[in-house]
Design a binder for this molecule. Structure first.
Ligand code: SF4
Ligand code: SF4
Length: 474
């Protein structure tokens, strides 16, 4: 705030506000096909979030990201630290999936699946359920505090607290067995880490989805800023058809268009009233628009009432609005270089992920040369090198491993039991081993040798892993 001092022509001190707090937006509830689609997406995503952690698989939680044990379980898949590559691939797939989809269909992710949109919508349902639709909420906000207002707000915040608390506990349940966590939370015996995760996520849900709402999309979300780099003039965007709508103006339902000389927009402002970010789509494409399509539903409803064709606000492309082609031809513009490029990287990452997971070894061995002993003579008079075998069992069953080594006509491997070493499930063991050969074969310098490991689960098929190493000669 700054004040302007009194001058010759100023009788009063003038106060200029340099900061203005964001006004609470109370969008009207939209009804229609896109609202139904959004509802379906919310149910689907929340089913995954709230219900999947309760599924069991082979006696354990079906999906569990056990960070302390550095082990992830996804139904039949058991991934350990040796499988971090799949996590990297998953991130690549998510990123390119988003790029690809954004190039084709704009902000569909934001409008239908982004957790910020989904939880904001849930909070709006609670607002609507407890306080009523937009007009009632606006009136209630202006009302002085009285018993009725306190009662309504208390019920609302109680419901919000239950949703946020359950969301936080469920979030923690993706990382800690949820069937043990939930009773432990209620008996106050849960571990500090799990309690912190639940409280933090629950608090952030309240802060982002209830308190900040559209402010997160407007000021915090990086995707909102860089997504325009993926847009082109054939990307699907939600647009107001200015040519058809203008000049806008109120009219009687029975008035003929020829008489009134107005476009199809009756200036009812329903598209603005339903907008969760408080913009007017008639002002053109704006970065604040999250692509929720609530304005399409609202406008279609008005068009139906006026007996005008739907689609004054619709999914379309810049090229259509510039009359380069019609809405019917949008599909023909799908195969564009950018779409093909993102799609190719996405397909390659998905193929690599599928191929990698279907052929992955459930036991991995790292061969680490013992740097303290480059080469020594053993009691047979052979040259000997020492190694540490780091054996990682990523399976949920114990595995037995045997090994042999090749590289010289005469070579021996000692340190592993001759009938094999048993590695417990999800464990990493380190075993020192020695490789020896007669001195004539290994002159000065490094010689390539090959370890061949064979492992199998009880009653399972044997698998072989080949690993290269080097032997230092005299
Ligand atoms: S809902 Fe449709 S008719 Fe009403 S103001 Fe918006 S664009 Fe115009
Ligand atoms: S302008 Fe329409 S699509 Fe964009 S955020 Fe507002 S209601 Fe949703």
């Amino acid at each position: 705030m700054s004040s302007v001092p009194k001058g010759r022509n100023q009788s009063k001190e003038q106060v200029i506000q340099l900061y203005q707090g964001a006004k609470r937006i109370h969008p009207k509830m939209a009804k229609g096909r896109f609202a139904n689609l959004r509802l379906l997406m919310i149910l689907a995503t929340q089913f995954v979030f709230y219900v999947v952690p309760w599924f069991n698989w082979s006696g354990r939680q079906a999906v569990l990201f056990d960070i302390p044990a550095r082990h992830f379980y996804i139904f039949g898949l058991s991934l350990g630290m040796g499988d971090l590559i799949y996590l990297a691939l998953l991130l690549i797939i998510s990123a390119f999936g988003l790029f690809w989809w954004t190039t084709i269909a704009g902000r569909l992710w934001c409008g239908y699946s982004c957790p910020q949109t989904v939880y904001t919508e849930i909070m709006l349902w609670i607002d609507h359920l407890v306080e009523g639709d937009r007009n009632k909420r606006l009136k209630l906000d202006k009302e002085r505090w009285n018993f009725r207002k306190i009662r309504i707000k208390t019920i609302k915040y109680l419901l919000i607290f239950i949703v946020c608390a359950w969301t936080g506990i469920t979030f923690a349940g993706w990382f800690t067995p949820i069937r043990e966590l939930v009773p432990a939370v209620f008996t106050l015996t849960a571990g500090g880490g799990a309690l912190f995760a639940a409280a933090f996520y629950g608090f952030m849900t309240w802060l982002f989805a209830h308190q900040m709402r559209e402010q997160v999309c407007l000021h915090m979300c990086p995707y909102a800023r860089f997504q325009s780099a993926m847009f082109d003039k054939d990307t699907l965007v939600i647009s107001y058809d200015t040519e058809r709508g203008e000049p806008r103006g109120a009219r009687k339902k029975t008035a003929s268009k020829e008489e009134i000389k107005l476009g199809d927009c009756i200036n009812c402002t329903m598209c603005v009233q339903v907008c969760p970010v408080g913009i007017d789509i008639r002002d053109g494409l704006q970065y604040q628009c999250i692509g929720c399509a609530a304005c399409i539903d609202a406008c279609d409803e008005i068009m139906d009432k006026m007996n005008y064709p739907r689609g004054l606000i619709r999914y379309t492309t810049e090229s259509v609005l510039a009359h380069e082609y019609t809405d019917k031809d949008i599909r023909k513009r799908l195969l564009r270089p950018r779409v093909i490029g993102y799609g190719a990287v996405l397909a390659a990452a998905v193929a690599a992920m599928i191929a990698g997971i279907s052929t992955r070894e459930t036991l991995n061995v790292d061969i680490i040369k013992d740097r303290g002993v480059m080469v020594r003579e053993n009691n047979q008079g052979w040259l000997e090198n020492a190694y540490n075998l780091r054996i990682i069992n990523d399976s949920e069953k114990e595995q037995r491993i045997t090994a042999k080594v090749s590289g010289f006509d005469e070579i021996s491997l000692t340190g592993l039991p001759s009938d094999g070493l048993t590695v417990p499930p999800k464990e990493t063991v380190t075993v020192p081993v020695q490789v020896a050969t007669i001195p004539e074969y290994a002159d000065k310098g490094s010689h390539p040798i090959v370890f061949e490991f064979t492992y199998r689960e009880a009653g399972g098929e044997p698998h072989t892993i080949i690993e290269k190493a080097s032997f230092i000669g005299e």
